[in-house]
Design a protein around this ligand. Structure first.
Ligand SMILES: Cc1ncc(COP(=O)(O)O)c(C=O)c1O
Length: 359
C-alpha cells in the first residue's frame, strides 16, 4: 500500500467536526434529549400520512424543483417562486450561501457564541471567520459587527433568535445595522426559531428582505414544524442569490418525503402552532422557575434556555445527565437546554435546583 494519502484542502485542518447533541441514554431511568432543540411532539397524523404515501415512490427521484412546496411557500409568504430555494436543512442552505459568496481571501462576520455550524461552513469555504462577541446581555453587538465590515466582507450571519442564548434583535437596531451594510454584502437572517418568538419588537425577516436585495432569510421545518429528521429548510432571497442557491443545490437533495411532509405541515399549521404555543407556555414556566432558584437567565424567544455557567458547565451537564436529561454543554461557557415535554422540563428544573443548592 502507498505511504501517501490524497492531498486534501489545507482549510480542513482547522475545521471542527459538527457535534450533534448527545442522544438520550438507552434504558435505565427516564431519559430525555434536551440537547438539539428538537420538537418533542411526534409528526401530526396528516403529516405522517403524506410522508408514508411518498415512501411508496422511493424508487423515483424527487421533484427537483420542489414545485408543490415552492407554490405553497410562495403563497404563504407572498414571495415569488423565483425568490425561494430549498436545501437539506437550513444548515445545507447556509453552506450553499457560503459557496455562492465567499472563498479564500474573503471574510464572513457572525456573532459569537452563536449557531455552531457557522464556523464550520465558513471555514469550509476557505473564507476567514470574523467572530464578534455577544454583548454582556448575550445579544448581537451590531455596532461591532458593522465596524468589522471591510472590503473583503462577503456575508454576515444574524441569528434571530440567537442559538444558544435565545436572545433577540429588535427592529430598530437591526434596521440601523442593515443600513450600514454595503449593498454588495449578503446579510443572512437565520430565523430557525422564528415561530417561538413572542416579542412584538422582533421584525419578521421577510419584511426586511422585501426592499433589500442583499438580505436573505433562512427558515427551517426542523424546529416548530417538527421535521428535523427529514432535513428540509429554505431561503427567501432576491435574485441572483436565489438563483445561485438553485445552482449549488445537491441534485435531488431534498427527498419527496421531506417535500410532501413540509407541504402537509404548512397545511396543518394551526395545529402545529398550537403545539408551539404550549412550548412557549412551558418556556415561561421554566424561565420563571430557574430565576426563582436564583439563576440568571437571559430573556429567550426560542425553544431553549441558556445558562452561562462558565467553569461549572461540564459539571452541570453531568448532573443533568444523572437526573435523566441530556443538555447541551459548551465547555467553559454555558449550557443550552431545550424546552420540551413537561416531564422532561421538571426533571431539568429539579437537577438545576439541586446543583444550585450544592454550590
Ligand atoms: C440557528 C440555527 N440555524 C439553523 C439550524 C439548522 O437547522 P436545520 O439544518 O435542521 O434546518 C439550527 C439547528 O439547530 C439552528 O440552531
Amino acid at each position: 500500500m502507498s505511504e501517501t494519502s490524497p492531498r486534501l484542502r489545507a482549510v480542513l485542518e482547522g475545521i471542527p467536526t459538527y457535534k450533534p447533541g448527545k442522544p438520550a441514554a438507552a434504558g435505565g431511568p427516564a431519559s430525555f434529549k434536551l440537547s438539539s432543540n428538537e420538537n418533542p411532539y411526534p409528526p401530526l397524523p396528516g403529516v405522517m400520512e403524506s410522508a408514508l404515501a411518498a415512501a411508496g415512490t422511493l424508487n423515483r427521484y424527487p421533484d427537483m424543483a420542489a414545485t408543490e412546496l415552492m407554490n405553497e411557500l410562495s403563497e404563504r409568504f407572498a414571495v415569488p417562486v423565483s425568490h425561494l430555494a430549498t436545501g437539506t436543512g437550513s444548515v445545507g442552505v447556509a453552506q450553499q450561501l457560503l459557496q455562492i459568496t465567499a472563498g479564500p481571501g474573503d471574510e464572513v462576520i457572525y456573532p459569537w457564541r452563536s449557531f455552531e455550524a457557522y464556523p464550520i461552513v465558513v471555514r469550509i469555504s476557505g473564507a476567514a471567520a470574523v467572530e464578534i462577541p455577544l454583548t454582556p446581555e448575550e445579544t448581537h453587538d451590531f455596532d461591532a459587527m458593522a465596524d468589522a465590515i471591510t472590503e473583503r466582507t462577503r456575508l454576515i450571519f444574524v441569528c434571530n433568535p440567537n442559538n444558544p442564548t435565545g436572545t433577540v434583535a429588535h427592529r430598530d437596531e437591526l434596521e440601523r445595522f442593515l443600513d450600514r451594510v454595503p449593498g454588495d454584502v449578503l446579510v443572512v437572517l437565520d430565523e430557525a426559531y422564528r415561530e417561538f418568538n413572542r416579542d412584538l419588537d422582533v421584525p419578521d425577516g421577510i419584511d426586511l428582505y422585501r426592499d433589500r436585495p442583499n438580505v436573505c432569510v433562512l427558515r427551517t421545518f426542523s424546529k416548530a414544524y417538527g421535521l428535523a429528521g427529514l432535513r428540509i429548510g429554505f431561503a427567501i432571497a432576491h435574485e441572483p442569490v436565489a438563483t445561485g442557491l438553485r445552482k449549488t443545490a445537491v441534485p435531488f437533495g431534498v427527498s419527496q418525503l421531506a417535500q410532501d411532509a413540509a407541504v402537509a405541515s404548512l397545511r396543518s399549521e394551526d395545529e402545529l402552532l398550537d403545539r408551539v404555543a404550549s412550548l412557549v407556555t412551558e418556556r415561561a414556566r421554566v424561565v420563571e422557575a430557574l430565576r426563582a432558584q436564583g439563576w440568571t437567565v437571559p430573556e429567550t424567544q426560542a425553544n431553549f434556555v441558556w445558562l452561562r455557567l462558565g467553569e461549572r458547565t461540564t459539571d452541570f451537564a453531568e448532573a443533568c445527565a444523572r437526573a435523566g436529561v441530556v443538555v447541551r454543554p459548551f465547555a467553559g461557557e454555558g449550557v443550552r437546554t431545550t424546552v420540551a415535554e413537561v416531564e422532561a422540563n421538571d426533571l431539568f428544573l429539579k437537577a438545576a435546583e439541586k446543583f444550585r443548592q450544592e454550590l
